[in-house]
Ligand binder design. Structure first.
Ligand code: F0G
Length: 482
């Protein structure tokens, strides 16, 4: 994907692919959207996909696949043990990452389970730029704790720092001194740091962190689930890599890490997961857990068809036209919103456009879940499904007290090569309307609150009749339009 300049001087992101297979979607009228949202307990996870116009909940498992990926799926070799498919995928992974061993798992969190079971002892601490929900859950399940050492810039919604996912080296050194290296289970770097707005990590930072880990004898675990976008940012924001091929950037990252793992629902545009290492000892320990939790060592819970798609998808990811599409679309969406004064995380990162719900809904206290309310309001206003990333995604303490999130965001994910530019423009238009009527949006309260992962299954209701008022205003402004 590249930005091309039109005669008017306007810069337009131009797709470097054509669409050869499509799926019909529909846009239900606003009244129906409001009742679907009510039925779903004001939780976008509980909406049915058939009621959704643009599904921007996640990029997980919903990126567009290429013709070559589909073709490869037909050649999959099904076998409980020793399938050709496994060896083909292994070869691709070894080539791309330059690591010795590949262990398959059914998705990213399954890799995290195996890594946590191997490295986390009760009472130990895992240091990381920032946690991801499933990562933290597996570490705490093993009796470990997570400490976040991202630079302060990572918490600033608006910033010009190019690599807001970077680890703060002073915080890393201080934590090692304070905790003691024998109590540190591992150091984890997450590419394209998900929960701070898809913000990238620089190669400079990965090199420094790796150097400290090697000096101190600590294991460096690299979560490459969001590597594709991060590769684009290293290439475009770090001068040294301007002319370096992205496969070589990938190889350098892997050479600096002891373990690389990823969700192939994201990286490689398929479904599945992979753990890579060159460390003989770690390989042997982790290998024992694969048949126990995932499946035999040559499939690890994945279907061979998905493994073939993953092999091709990973090769295709090592291409600037492929890795640039999501970040450039996100940048286009963020810039349209910023021009209308709508607060979003800047600089635009990967994964999706992240709206600052705190600011958007200044009048809603955090205990009434402004991000959850905004996600529900966006769906009602547009049929677009986003994801709450704020206090609702936190877990209530044992004492019943809310754990207030550091940021209140709504993520509008941009799956790879799925949406067109007019659809992106539609999102910007409806958000602009909603922003003008933001005072109509009210808070939410729980009706059913699960103890763990409440954001997945929890059901809520609006405080007051704000959804109705929103529908009324929509009809007033848009007439018969959907
Ligand atoms: N690590 C990161 C950085 C992720 O973003 C995810 C998933 C995982 C690990 C777990 O992978 O889903 O295959 O088990 N993120 C998805 C999302 C769920 O919507 O952001 P998984």
């Amino acid at each position: 994907m590249s930005n091309v300049t039109f005669l008017s001087g306007e810069k337009i992101p131009l797709e470097m692919h054509k669409v050869r297979m499509v799926q019909k979607i529909s846009l239900p009228p606003v009244e129906q959207r409001a009742s679907s949202m009510e039925e779903a307990g004001y939780n976008t996870f509980l909406l049915k996909n058939r009621d959704v116009f643009l599904d921007m909940l996640s990029d997980s498992g919903v990126n567009a696949m290429s013709e070559n990926q589909y073709a490869a799926m037909l050649q999959a070799d099904d076998s409980y043990a020793g399938s050709e498919t496994f060896y083909r995928l292994e070869k691709v992974l070894q080539d791309i990452f330059g690591m010795k061993y590949f262990l398959p798992a059914h998705q990213g969190r399954a890799c995290e389970n195996i890594i946590a079971k191997t490295l986390v002892a009760p009472g130990s601490v895992a240091l990381m730029n920032y946690h991801f929900t499933t990562t933290k859950a597996h570490i705490t399940l093993m009796g470990g704790a997570v400490e976040e050492i991202i630079g302060d810039e990572g918490f600033k919604i608006q910033s010009t720092a190019p690599f807001k996912g970077d680890i703060d080296i002073d915080k890393l050194n201080e934590a090692i001194k304070r905790i003691g290296k024998e109590k540190i289970s591992f150091v984890r770097v997450e590419a394209g740091t998900n929960l701070v707005g898809g913000q990238p990590v620089s190669m400079r930072n990965i090199r420094e962190v790796s150097h400290i880990c090697r000096k101190e004898g600590l294991k460096l675990v690299f979560d490459a689930s969001l590597l594709a976008d991060n590769l684009y940012f290293i290439k475009t924001r770090e001068a040294e890599f301007k002319d370096v091929e992205i496969i070589n950037i990938t190889r350098e990252i892997a050479s600096l890490s002891d373990i690389v793992y990823f969700s192939a629902r994201k990286l490689g545009a398929a479904r599945g997961g992979a753990i890579l290492t060159s460390d003989d000892g770690l390989h042997v320990k982790m290998r024992e857990l694969v048949p126990l939790f995932e499946g035999f060592l040559t499939y690890g819970g994945m279907s061979v068809r998905e493994m073939e798609a993953m092999a091709v998808g990973l090769r295709e990811t090592m291409d600037m036209d492929v890795v640039s599409q999501t970040p450039i679309f996100i940048e286009a969406l963020c810039n349209e919103l910023l021009a209308k004064g709508i607060p979003v995380v800047t600089p635009p990162g990967g994964l999706g456009c992240h709206i600052d719900a705190w600011k958007f809904c200044e009048h809603i206290p955090q205990t009434e879940y402004p991000s959850g309310a905004l996600a529900a309001a966006i769906y009602i206003a547009s049929g677009v499904r986003g994801m709450e990333r704020g206090t609702l995604s936190e877990q209530r303490g044992e004492d019943g007290i809310e754990h207030l999130a550091e940021m209140e965001l709504v993520r509008l994910a941009v799956p790879k090569r799925v949406f067109t530019l007019s659809q992106i423009k539609y999102v910007a238009d409806r958000l602009t309307w909603l922003f003008a009527h933001r005072h109509l949006i009210g808070g939410l309260e729980f009706v059913e609150e699960p103890k763990v992962l409440r954001f997945f299954f929890g059901r809520l209701k609006p405080i007051g009749n704000w959804p109705e008022q929103l529908v009324r205003q929509f009809r007033k402004d848009f007439g018969e339009s959907l």
